[in-house]
Write a protein that binds this ligand. Sequence first.
Ligand code: SAM
Length: 329
Amino acid sequence: MFLTDKYGRDIHDLRISITDRCNYKCVYCRSGNNGPSFAELAIADYLRMVRVFVGMGITKVRLTGGEPLLRRGLVEMVTELSQMKTLAGRPLDIAITTNGHLLAELAKPLADAGLSRVTVSMDAVEPQHFARITRVPNGYERVAAGIHAAQRAGLDPVKVNCVLLRGFNDDQIAGFGRFAREEGVVVRFIEFMPLEEDRVWSPEIVITLDEIVRRMGDFMPLREIEHQRSETARRYVFADGIGEIGIIAPVSHPFCGQCSRIRVTSDGKIRTCLFSVREHDLAGLMAEGASDEEMSDFIRQAVDRKEARHHIGEPGFVAASRTMVHIGG
Ligand code: SAM
């Protein structure tokens, strides 16, 4: 009944992109060009897909993009998701990853609709630096207001994700340490992966887990705490116990062996890995009038082909067939 791949990994975490449009043009992610590249489905189509996945053992759904808060009908979608039950009869764990630009207005409606958690992406704690990265003026104030609105709405703890690039924003490490402690958010650093539109990735640009721990230690030492096996982030607290930092290290400490994820793109294609070079057209099957059972069979076949691991940094690495913004982070 449950979704398990041929390596014995249980798949219970669905990430679904509901648009690949974004109101930010983060320099390490996008080329700076405007406009969507891939289609969007009707919200009802995503909901039908989610229902089928949940019937196969999915317990957690993360809405992402592009920027998911740009999508009309998002609050209603969360209301519908909050009424679904896992196979164990429990409510779904519903999360959103957002750049936070529109969160101040939407945090409360989303929380009221049944959202469990929100992760806000933020790559600098200095407003001017933030604007240089996102290529949007005055975004920092809006995102900070969004984080506070999320906390007031009870979406606690708010997680803040930051991608560090050498020589670009790695001077923000201590600032993020201070931010985590003062704002009561969990700051999680994500190692930069070769999934950007401009193909600027190189191993030298990546600030690795070990380096982050070492450099944060100059601000205040970190102590590692226990994390669940299925969790992607290693967890740390500061020496005095105030403030939590997470580090997601797919490059230096890959966790593919514990991967529990499957993704659906905004145009309804299943991706079994961020680095997939092949997709599975679930939307196309739906458009042909497939039954829920046929969709389940199709999903099972896709999961059977889930990649063992990624090959970042290895000779012969083949780039993913889409970049992050068009997959859904
Ligand atoms: N717009 C939303 C946001 O900003 O969170 C959702 C989509 S965004 C693509 C999701 C996450 O992917 C962000 O935290 C972003 O920093 C991260 N990301 C983008 N490109 C990346 C890369 N090449 N390596 C690692 N993370 C990346």
